[in-house]
Design a protein around this ligand. Structure first.
Ligand SMILES: [Zn+2]
Length: 165
């Protein structure tokens, strides 16, 4: 199956993904490799399985040299709040100011099925929270106020119009 981004309006982006069961679903490394290809081709720093039409609780984040694969990821604790601009590969050219925890404690399984308990902060904490949301069918546009979303969409339209010339 070809791994590619679903469109912004695809229902899979609004649905709750199912846990990855290593004994039933097997080795996730092919999926992860295909997702990494899509993420890197699109200059992303995070990608969740539903974004490529796979309704499973898997996301990746990072880059070619340091890639995290987070399976059945949880956030066990969050602290601090920070507002910053966020984009999403499922919503091209839409940039929103989203409030996230600055530091998070997390638990997930890696591609080998090993349980990882660790902490992220800064940009990686932001990406983790954004991608983790995707697994619950939550897109970043529901994390901002209606007015700021409308304004961001107007800005996007203007930008798209400009790029036509
Ligand atoms: Zn996203």
């Amino acid at each position: 199956m070809d791994t590619k981004l679903v469109t912004e309006t695809d229902q899979v982006l609004r649905e709750i993904a199912e846990p990855w069961d290593f004994t039933v679903d097997g080795d996730p490394s092919t999926l992860i490799k295909n997702m990494a290809k899509v993420m890197i081709e699109n200059n992303g720093i995070g990608l969740a399985a539903p974004q490529v039409g796979v309704k499973k609780r898997i996301f990746i984040m990072g880059n070619e040299t340091k890639l995290y694969a987070c399976i059945n990821p949880e956030i066990t604790e969050g602290s601090g709040e920070v507002m910053d601009l966020e984009g999403c590969l499922s919503s091209p050219n839409l940039w929103l100011n989203v409030k996230r925890h600055e530091t998070i404690k997390v638990k997930y399984y890696n591609a080998l099925g090993q349980e990882i308990i660790t902490e992220f902060n800064g940009i990686m904490a932001r990406v983790y929270q954004h991608e983790r949301d995707h697994l619950d069918g939550v897109c970043f546009d529901t994390r901002v106020g209606k007015l700021s979303l409308e304004m961001a969409k107007k800005r996007r339209k203007k930008k798209l119009r400009k790029s036509l010339y």
